[in-house]
Ligand binder design. Structure first.
Ligand code: AQP
Length: 335
């Protein structure tokens, strides 16, 4: 039976990249009637230091963003990772299956340690992909909707599952598939079309935050770095123009069309026409989300209640799978 699992780190402001690459698609998967489990991965967030009060606020805000984007806690399981201890326990088991060399090859590890002394990074940051594998495998999830940047981690999850199955001569773990679909699988920075839009980018102008107001959204798109040429008449004309391609893809994803249809409408027009149209579209899609988020944030106790109830549902699925893995690995249990 197909089962979807995915997560987001509550490590700061969620961005338009997180919305188009993840949240919007999470709601779509739920609406297709597939069993969906979504997690705020707070144990991943602390691989880089988080101010404790800020982490709590960000976790509630991310939960509000899920709900405001259409994830319905009565149809999807929605919770924060640290409330379901099976994640950390399965994480340990898989730390003992995964190899250091595999972790060393992860591009996210390389990116996050670039220009820094890797010796000074937390052990958790290095082991992050094994915990992510545990997040997925502890539900026997088969489908993992993610942005392009997470593809390598889902492939590693398959390698870890395959090694476990091989080492213990079992078919216990099903192989999860990354689902990377749509026109916005990699939304780029508004300041540099070769860099991913990221919530941890030091420049706020590089991203649209889900909490930005209409004026800020319009200003950020107006100031987005582009070349001066008008939009091309055909899709091929975007090939060597990463900034233009990014803005066209964002327009396409927000309007549920493909890039071709956007070029058919705007080809030959200048940025003076396209950027305001993009800003208007983004505001019309994001404004209802940000106002629903602020409404939900007025009642943090209700958000905590929703996450607690989701954690209970998650535990009921994860615990027997964790027990199964422990048994296969030879851990004695009371009968
Ligand atoms: N720019 C993006 N375009 C498309 N999808 C994206 N995602 C993130 N950025 C983009 C997708 O959002 C989900 C959650 O990501 P995450 O928060 O777990 O971590 P991340 O991928 O490391 O995201 P950020 O925003 O770049 O966070 P920081 O700056 O903290 O590292 C994933 O499915 C991801 O693909």
């Amino acid at each position: 039976k197909p089962r979807v699992f995915s997560g987001i780190q509550p490590s700061g402001n969620l961005t338009l990249g997180n919305y188009l690459g993840a949240l919007k698609r999470f709601a779509e998967k739920q609406d297709e009637g597939i069993e969906t489990i979504y997690c705020l991965v707070d144990l991943h967030a602390i691989t880089l230091w988080q101010e404790p009060e800020a982490l709590k606020r960000q976790t509630r805000e991310a939960a509000a963003a899920f709900i405001a984007s259409g994830v319905d806690p009565s149809r999807s399981v929605l919770f924060n990772q640290s409330q379901v201890s099976a994640h950390a326990e399965m994480g340990w088991l898989l730390n003992c299956v995964a190899r250091m060399g595999w972790m060393n090859r992860m591009t996210q590890w390389k990116d996050k340690t670039q220009g820094k002394n890797a010796e000074q990074q937390s052990l958790g940051l290095f082991a992050y992909p094994a915990l992510m594998a545990a997040d997925i495998l502890v539900y026997h999830a088969t489908m993992v909707p993610v942005g392009e940047d997470q593809k390598q981690h889902v492939e590693l999850t398959r390698d870890i599952a395959a090694k476990f199955n091989h080492d213990y001569k079992t078919d216990f773990f099903p192989m999860p598939e990354p689902l990377i679909e749509g026109t916005a699988t990699r939304v780029m920075s508004l300041r540099d079309g070769t860099k991913k839009m990221s919530k941890s980018d030091p420049s706020d102008a590089s991203r649209i935050n889900l909490t930005d107001d209409a004026d800020t959204i319009a200003k950020k798109f107006r100031k987005a770095v582009t070349d001066p040429a008008p939009l091309p008449e055909s899709l091929e004309g975007l090939a060597e123009r990463p900034e233009a391609r990014n803005l066209v893809n964002i327009y396409a994803a927000l309007s549920n069309r493909n890039a071709e249809a956007v070029i058919a409408e705007f080809g030959g027009q200048g940025w003076g026409t396209f950027k305001p149209a993009l800003a208007d579209l983004a505001v019309s899609k994001l404004e209802p989300i940000s106002s629903e988020m602020s409404r939900l944030m007025n009642d943090p106790a209700e958000i905590d209640r929703i996450l607690g109830a989701g954690a209970e549902q998650a535990r009921a699925i994860a615990q027997p799978i964790l027990e199964g893995a422990l048994d296969i690995m030879g851990m004695v249990r009371a009968r």
